[in-house]
Design a binder for this molecule. Structure first.
Ligand SMILES: Cc1ncc(COP(=O)(O)O)c(C=O)c1O
Length: 376
């Protein structure tokens, strides 16, 4: 938690549940990533947190943006981004959205299939296109599975077709999975792209860009590799794959830019037991899966908690949200322990929750209002 967030929580004591984001930390994270990968152009993955104060701060820093939808394209534009600084990175787009983005000046689009490529040729003629390939997601705490990307052989054929359809076959992208804790995931993916560049060059298509995607981790309960070490691994793999002929590099960080800039402040609604001798206490918070903590699904992302009783004796807990839905249980199997003194009415902070929280919050499941947000 940054000192600014800590002071805000102390001085203002905002109603819970709420997210408080230190926008200066967002800028610092942008600078840290830039320092770790000076040759890469940063396209912030808007989906991680699309709040206006974040977008406009990043515009001031000359960031580019990775938009997942026409709505995100429009949000970027409304906050001052130039259309040339926006990549429409979702490989699944309505043709009407492609056309509207193109009409607004967007000229860079992702795809991973022939039907999508043909939509782009019709509705975004002449645009730069990049094909997303499937790569391993081992080591990612929030893997993206096979939903996006295609086999390398298919990418090869589609990039040839892209040129024939009047598009600009610009590059190749991948995503090693979010909260990626292993640097070799990037190394293996870059090596795969290097081979594809060579293959396509032999076929007469000169690609100019590699999009390394996102995945850069933040610290939750466990240590993660430093961004400098990730940058070194990426650059080592780039030189190995491309020698001195490095293509343009694009990165699409989401979590890394905003994750540790935010803290969710919540209130303990109830601490109870299921039997008198049951050592496990159930701690019900006023935020849960439907309040925005979607990434606790499968206990994948393990947030760290701060309570007013930290340092005192602890015991095992199951942590749950406030709604009448059993899937609104956050952690049952991940060996969480919280202070024995914790009680109803205590404020509990969930650290590093600036990414992938606010926009996941439901409209009003069980009557609970969507998460309040403060950008300071
Ligand atoms: C296309 C694309 N780029 C970038 C990101 C951001 O990933 P991360 O938040 O892990 O950096 C995502 C996340 O799902 C994505 O789908």
């Amino acid at each position: 938690m940054t000192p600014k967030v800590s002071r805000f929580l102390h001085d203002v004591a905002p109603a819970t549940p709420c997210l408080v984001v230190d926008v200066d930390r967002v800028a610092e994270n942008y600078a840290r990533l830039k320092a770790a990968l000076p040759l890469a152009r940063i396209y912030y993955a808007v989906k991680a947190n699309p709040a206006a104060p974040i977008l406009s701060r990043l515009v001031d820093l000359d960031s580019c943006f990775d938009a997942a939808s026409l709505e995100e394209v429009n949000l970027c534009l409304a906050n001052g981004a130039r259309p040339e600084a926006i990549s429409f990175g979702n490989t699944v787009k309505k043709e009407s959205a492609i056309k509207a983005a193109y009409d607004a000046g967007v000229r860079m689009f992702a795809f991973d299939s022939e039907p999508e490529l043909r939509k782009l040729a019709r509705s975004a003629p002449g645009s730069k296109v990049y094909c997303r390939i499937l790569v391993g997601n081992v080591g990612a705490e929030w893997p993206l599975s096979k939903k996006f990307g295609c086999e390398v052989e298919m990418a090869r054929e589609l990039m040839v077709l892209a040129g024939e359809l009047g598009l600009d076959p610009f590059g190749i992208s991948f995503h090693v999975g979010s909260q990626q804790t292993r640097t070799d995931a990037y190394e293996a993916a870059i090596a795969k792209v290097g081979l594809l560049f060579t293959d396509l060059k032999n076929a007469g298509v000169n690609l100019r860009m590699i999009n390394i995607g996102g995945g850069y981790p933040v610290r939750y309960r466990s240590e993660v590799p430093e961004i400098g070490a990730i940058g070194d691994a990426i650059m080592g793999a780039m030189v190995e794959a491309f020698g001195n002929a490095l293509p343009e590099m694009v990165v699409e960080p989401g979590r890394f830019i905003v994750g540790d800039a935010g803290v969710v402040s919540s209130e303990v609604v109830l601490v109870s037991q299921k039997g008198k001798d049951d050592p496990v206490r159930w701690v019900y918070l006023d935020i849960g899966r439907f309040g925005g903590l979607a990434e606790t699904e499968g206990e994948a992302i393990k947030y760290a908690f701060r309570t007013p009783h930290d340092g005192g004796a602890e015991g095992p807990v199951t942590i749950a949200g406030p709604t009448c839905d059993s899937t609104d249980t956050l952690y049952e199997k991940s060996n969480y322990r919280l202070p024995l003194a914790l009680d109803s009415g205590d404020r509990v902070e969930l650290l590093a929750t600036g990414a992938y929280v606010t926009t996941y919050a439901s409209q009003g499941f069980n009557g609970f209002a969507p998460l309040a947000e403060h950008y300071i």
